[in-house]
Design a protein around this ligand. Sequence first.
Ligand SMILES: [Zn+2]
Length: 291
Amino acid sequence: MSSDKTQWFDHNYYSTYRIASRVQRLALCPDYRYLEALMLDDGIFEFLPHWQKDSALHKFIRYIADEIMESDNSGDRAVLFGADMMKPKKTIPVEAALVAYGLREKISFEIPDIPPTAHTEGNLTRFETAVEVHDACYEHFLEVRLSQAYEDFLKKISKEVFYVMFTNRVTLQALHEYLSRYVMGVGHDTEESQSSRYRKYLERPGAIKRTKVPKWVQRAIYFRDRGMCTKCGRDLTGLVNRFSSENFDHMIPLARGGLNDVTNIQLLCSGCNNSKSDKFQLSSSRYQDWY
Ligand SMILES: [Zn+2]
């Protein structure tokens, strides 16, 4: 269907399912305060360009993975390392992860060996990580966060999580519904709408232009949905060379703030697409068994 070269990558499955589960939860039930920084400073503009291979889902995953890393690396979680099994050293998870991904040669940070303080209330004792440990870990994390290795790490993580989530159309649709609220707000004030940088993506304020679905998107959606209409199950494999844009349906319609993004597309037969038009319809959560 296309001459695009297939990309191969190795999975490490580092926290993949934990991140995927958080992504799913936040897509289905957005916590606007938690996601605030994603949309800060007109963050939505990153999502507007048509058909980015770094899809909306990749961006969303990176944001959440980074938030998870931030909370994981404040000193409460430790990973053991070192040759001496009897007296292992401790480091923060991000250090271990970078080494596991081959992005760093060795671990470059050791958690300071300060014992936690014990608080006793009645007959209950709680242990609390020392403030110095929190500070040292967090400071080191902030340093790592600025490195190229960390950026590469988030890229790899987003590919892995994307891989396990791409088939989950209901979650993808929910993610695009969340994004659509911001898309619908774009281009209304004059300064924004006159900026040619964004105007070229907009049909009118709040709505993205309809453009041709590129071959690589067609191929990805065709294989993911196994050549079948996601709504009625009609076998479309015979049409493989005659697919038209109407077979590639925007789950969140462009008229309602949907994006030209591979994660907003599903395969529909022309009958189902015609009956849908610009209405919002929940994507099907029915799948054909593997065997
Ligand atoms: Zn159909």
